[in-house]
Design a protein around this ligand. Sequence first.
Ligand code: KIV
Length: 290
Amino acid sequence: MSSGHREDAPRQVTLTSLAEMKSRGEPIVMVTAYDHPSARLADEVGVDLVLVGDSAANVVLGYTSTVPVTVAEMLMLTSAVRRGVHRGLVVADLPFGSYEASDEQAVRTAQRFIKKAGADAVKLERGGSSVDRARAIVAAGIAVVGHVGLTPQAATSLGGYRAQGRTADQAENLIRDALALQDAGCFAIVVEAVPADVTALLMPLLNCIMIGIGAGSAADGQVLVWHDLLGLGTGRVAKFVRRFADLQTETSRGLSAYVEAVRERKFPAAEHTYSIAAEELTELRHRLAQ
Ligand code: KIV
């Protein structure tokens, strides 16, 4: 009986295969996505982890921070992404206010993302009480990603969207948070906007996977926000973003061409139009004339 396994098929990403990548020193790629076509593209080009980040609040829902995004909104986006990802792992961000109050709340919310939206894992932000929440979710059998450094849900208390861990005190606290999240059972930790030297000091202390964003090149892997890396959006981007494409210009060019073609009646052309048999048209004209 065939197992359905094809030797040439791209290997399914699992927590084990990610750990193997780490031990081989093979860089791990994570990207955010918020809809089905983007998720499908990310999966097709071999992204290992697709993060349905609560950055969706800013980049697709038009909020000015990640704080207002709701569980319902994130569930809908996660479901769409899930339908597009067949090889990689889908990680869903737990929105602000959906997990902090108690372990019970955290487990219940995480279960909704796994059960209703099909996520493979959830991500939560900060150390402190989030360490207990992470431990509780892991104990409930759900894979968890931690997030330290610049944690946008707590941007106000961090003094804004700025690099973290730039003093020995701050960096020591950050390292303690990361180790506590690892101890709580997180299989990966996102480290955001942290000096590369601090990342390099943290790396040998972590057995779990470290995914950097604005944290230098020492991490096991990297993550970027879809809209930032593809140049979709006109706002200022963080220092750590590299634009790998300029889809804003390309999209604007395409849309302008569409507007112009419609206004000048150059679209639709004959090749975009359906036909009707001559006798049917004659019959229709005849009926309308009566
Ligand atoms: O919400 C998000 O997109 C994130 C990444 C920046 C890591 O948390």
